[in-house]
Design a protein around this ligand. Sequence first.
Ligand code: RAM
Length: 339
Amino acid sequence: MNKKVISALLCGTMILGAASPVFAAGEGQKIALVGKSAGNAFFEIAAASFQETVEAEGGEVEVVYPETATADAQIKVLDNLISQDFDAICIAANDVNALQAKLEEAMDAGIKVSSFDSAPNKDSRQVFINQAGTQAVGQALIDAVLDITGGEGQFAILSATSQAANQNAWIEAMQTIMEGDEKYSGLELVEVAYGDDEPQKSTDQTAALIQNYPDLKVICAPTTVGIAAAAKYLQDNEATCKLTGLGLPSEMLEYTGDDDAHSCPYFYLWDMQGLGKLSAYATMALVSGDITGALDETFTAGDLGEYTITEADDGGTEIVLGEPLQFTPENIEEYAELY
Ligand code: RAM
């Protein structure tokens, strides 16, 4: 029986049969959550919160990781999911455009498609759950670089994969902000290196940056895997080059400090449990028909409150969780207990 009919019947039964019916937002829903790659704590934390949220609302979640952090590997995963009876797929895309045909196939088959963390293009999704505005992240990162370099000098970016939709959007935002304001004119971006969200490759890329640019003042790594690898390398080697970017407080605890003994003065991320939860509520709302992903629709994301669907930079729609959070020596211990 169709899931919507089942939930309508369940709802009716609850209203007739119980004194105070509790409406479960995800009753009977079957949702697949697809991360960018396996073995990355970032996705494990978001997935745990996503799963817990859906299960508490009466649905079930299958978390699937591709074999590699590529679009091809995600296409294989999607092929497999489309052949099963999932109500929705929520995906962090390894490429902006390469998943379009497959995600359109999923939507044509009646599967709702949302994305989180890393957005496939606007035709490949119904809505994107953006952890923090793309411009806001770009602004926070370039301002951190400006501050930590002391206002001028060389910096490099250590990214994940070269095709990663979110990484490229943040890097582009940083570059646009930099080019548009005189105050960044003393900064020189010498290289964007790719560690592919693999610890060893990220370490090797950090080593190469330090060797190739002896005057490098800052590395900005907008990836949790990259920043943790670079933090360790720079600190172990007592490099003068400093670090900032996007990281998990739990993985950055021992590297964050204002003194020479630490490689990272401060860095950013966002509420990780909130990201999983908001993605879960948005995806459940697509399945139940409460939203379609269109501009200006609103829905309630449990105890996170009410959210409105807004326009994304790519012309599609998104739901923005909140502002990026800054982690400093003062607050990192508290956050490290959470994620
Ligand atoms: C890595 C991934 C992820 C990104 C975070 C900040 O774990 O590349 O997509 O959002 O870093």
